[in-house]
Ligand binder design. Structure first.
Ligand code: COA
Length: 159
């Protein structure tokens, strides 16, 4: 069974993430979406909220599992016999950042491969920070986040 883990902070999930999950679910037998803490970022949504939003947005995609844990990604992967990391690439800035992470994970782990999917052009400008900023300023986020979770995201950000 070909399993891939798709890690990120997902604060919150966007249409771009959902596109990678959908496409990944067609290329792998199972996609495990891992909600992790990036210690460099201050989060808005709690981990439980992020997991719940992803669960709602991916409803109906049978081979997707959503998890969260603390600690190193490669440790979780080794314990659970997963060797593939799936990531989306939007632009050359992502590439620089992802190249570093992929190489560190390769050094830390054993036989870890990172596989990249190029984001669809319409998603290449979306990020979780962009969603939070647009929403906070009263903009329309319907083109940026999955429709199933738009109102929950708005409520959290706008109060
Ligand atoms: N579509 C839309 N947006 C996307 C995207 C896509 N396909 N891919 C990435 N993004 C955005 C995210 O929304 C995020 O935006 P933000 O900065 O506004 O929040 C940004 O790109 C970066 O996302 P991502 O690549 O998921 O990185 P991250 O910083 O959210 O998460 C971890 C990084 C959590 C995966 C990484 O720190 C990790 O693995 N931590 C676990 C501990 C560990 O093992 N550390 C060593 C790692 S080398």
């Amino acid at each position: 069974m070909k399993k891939a883990i798709y890690p990120g902070s997902f604060d919150p999930i966007t249409k771009g993430h959902l596109d990678i999950i959908r496409r990944g679910s067609k290329s792998f037998d199972k996609v495990i979406v891992a909600v992790l803490i990036n210690s460099e970022k201050q989060g808005l949504f709690s981990i439980e909220e992020r997991v719940s939003l992803i669960r709602k947005a991916t409803f109906g995609i049978d081979n997707v599992e959503i998890i969260s844990f603390e600690g190193l990604l490669v440790d979780y992967m080794e314990k659970n016999h997963i060797s593939i990391i799936l990531k989306g690439l939007r632009n050359s800035k992502d590439f620089e950042y992802e190249l570093q992470m992929a190489n560190v994970n390769k050094i830390l782990g054993n036989e870890i491969e990172t596989i990249f999917m190029i984001s669809n052009p319409e998603n290449s400008y979306i990020s979780s920070s962009m969603v939070k900023e647009v929403c906070k300023l009263g903009g329309n986020i319907s083109g940026l986040v999955p429709s199933e979770v738009e109102s929950i995201i708005k409520k959290k950000i706008m109060g």
